[in-house]
Design a protein around this ligand. Structure first.
Ligand SMILES: Cc1cc2nc3c(=O)[nH]c(=O)nc-3n(C[C@H](O)[C@H](O)[C@H](O)COP(=O)(O)OP(=O)(O)OC[C@H]3O[C@@H](n4cnc5c(N)ncnc54)[C@H](O)[C@@H]3O)c2cc1C
Length: 398
């Protein structure tokens, strides 16, 4: 992990958030790094339609709150201490290295914060952001049974009735389901197919008619709660609309651009962890009277892994440098595409180098390579990233 921190520092120019990052690193080293297997075994508990943290999770959650991680996503104007984009990237790489599931929880959380910031009702914003700043989790819900890659097919109905919108519909594959207290939801307010019929709302989980169920166990990212949320005849106040009606897809896409760089960071951190494990293993494992590293084939595989990781990180920092420019969307998709493919390929090479041991579920490489595969689906698959990159490429070159 120290090697990763050294590399990250060489990329960053600012001293901002240095103290926070130091306490974050200390917490990860102390409570998360060597605890992942125990955390996986403990899992998260689901009781009375809420996810709860059993040990050692409860203490990790309390410490993350205590060092002020939740505040790092909320601007000062709303009582938070929003960190720079580079610091958020650091946080995500470090989560990727130690526990990718936790990282994904905070990606979903931070996207909810960004969507709420687009709200127009100051009272609502202050109330919700103070909850998210103090340790309640947020979530973002777009995917439906018939609307995965194609968000314009969203059917979840939100019908206006006086001062309320009546919600009827279901969302699937939602990260932080049951854990989140506030859901940001992309719904159809016009009853017609198409992006211009979509709007975003923020809804607290206490609302009548809301149900949540966790989906069956996943292959990887097993401690990320992923579920189905259902709204039946729910009366949502009109003030909970975020941004303008019919502009929800545009808002959600902006939030996703940021989320993509964070996910690319998780992929880079996870790939570094895999690399470090394989590096140690291949130095110690002796076959034909020599450590594996003395084989040219193994050392070439490791050179490839290392180069791919650094190339992916380079794309992430390139994307971060685009700021709010018109190149940001294309650059964040390139970072996400490359990093997701990279971590899968690094995991594959790692599995080959570790040999038969890695095929057993209890082996840490087996856990980490399943996590690596999950990075493909989040914030859009590689195909959708290619769609975005080609669209942006032709737009900016015309
Ligand atoms: C662990 C996990 C967590 C998730 N968290 C969230 C969350 O918090 N919130 C949320 O809203 N969603 C979430 N999702 C859903 C995720 O965003 C979707 O799985 C993803 O958008 C793809 O949708 P789909 O699975 O329905 O695949 P489909 O849309 O059915 O696509 C299937 C395949 O076809 C490809 N494809 C589709 N259309 C085209 C095309 N026109 N050209 C070429 N290829 C195409 C896709 O790339 C994919 O490979 C999560 C998913 C997972 C696995």
């Amino acid at each position: 992990m120290d090697n990763l921190i050294r590399i990250l520092r060489s990329f960053s120019e600012g001293e901002q958030d240095k103290k926070f990052i130091e306490s974050f690193v200390a917490l990860l080293k102390d409570k998360v790094l060597n605890n992942v297997q125990t955390m996986y075994e403990a899992g998260l508990k689901f009781k009375n339609r809420k996810v709860i943290f059993p040990p050692p999770w409860d203490s990790i959650y309390a410490s993350l709150k205590e060092i002020g991680l939740f505040k790092r996503f909320v601007p000062v104007a709303y009582g938070g201490r929003r960190a720079s984009e580079e610091s958020i990237y650091f946080i995500m790489e470090l989560f990727g290295y130690t526990c990718p599931s936790l990282g994904v929880m905070f990606v979903a959380h931070s996207r909810a914060v960004d969507l709420i910031l687009a709200g127009k009702d100051e009272g609502l914003k202050r109330r919700l952001l103070s909850r998210l700043r103090e340790g309640d989790f947020g979530a973002i819900a777009m995917t439906e049974e018939k609307a995965g890659t194609d968000a314009s097919a969203i059917e979840f109905s939100a019908r206006r009735e006086g001062d309320y919108y009546i919600f009827d519909g279901e969302k699937i594959f939602i990260s932080n389901a049951g854990l989140a207290r506030i859901y940001t939801i992309l719904v159809n307010t016009k009853g017609q197919k198409g992006g211009r019929s979509l709007s975003v709302f923020a809804v607290e989980d206490e609302i009548d008619g809301f149900r949540v169920a966790l989906l069956p166990e996943k292959d990887g990212l097993t401690i990320l709660p992923t579920g189905r949320i259902t709204y039946e005849n729910c009366r949502v106040p009109k003030e909970n609309l975020l941004g303008d009606e019919g502009r929800g897809l545009l808002l959600a896409l902006d939030a996703i651009d940021r989320g993509r760089i964070m996910l690319a960071g998780i992929s880079c951190g996870l790939a570094c962890r895999i690399f470090d494990i394989i590096f140690e293993y291949s130095r110690k494992r002796v076959q034909f009277d020599h450590p594996l590293t003395s084989s040219q084939d193994i050392s070439f595989k490791m050179s490839e892994m290392y180069t791919q990781i650094n190339a992916a990180r380079g794309l992430c920092f390139h994307a971060l440098k685009q700021g709010n420019s018109s190149f940001y969307r294309g650059a964040s998709s390139q970072a996400k595409l490359f990093a997701a493919q990279m971590v899968i390929s690094v995991a594959q090479l790692g599995l080959m180098i570790m040999g038969g041991r890695s095929y057993f579920k209890s082996n840490v490489m087996s856990l980490l390579s399943a996590d690596a595969r999950g990075m493909e689906y989040l914030e859009g698959t590689s195909s959708i990233q290619k769609m975005i990159i080609s669209r942006e490429l032709f737009r900016s070159h015309l």
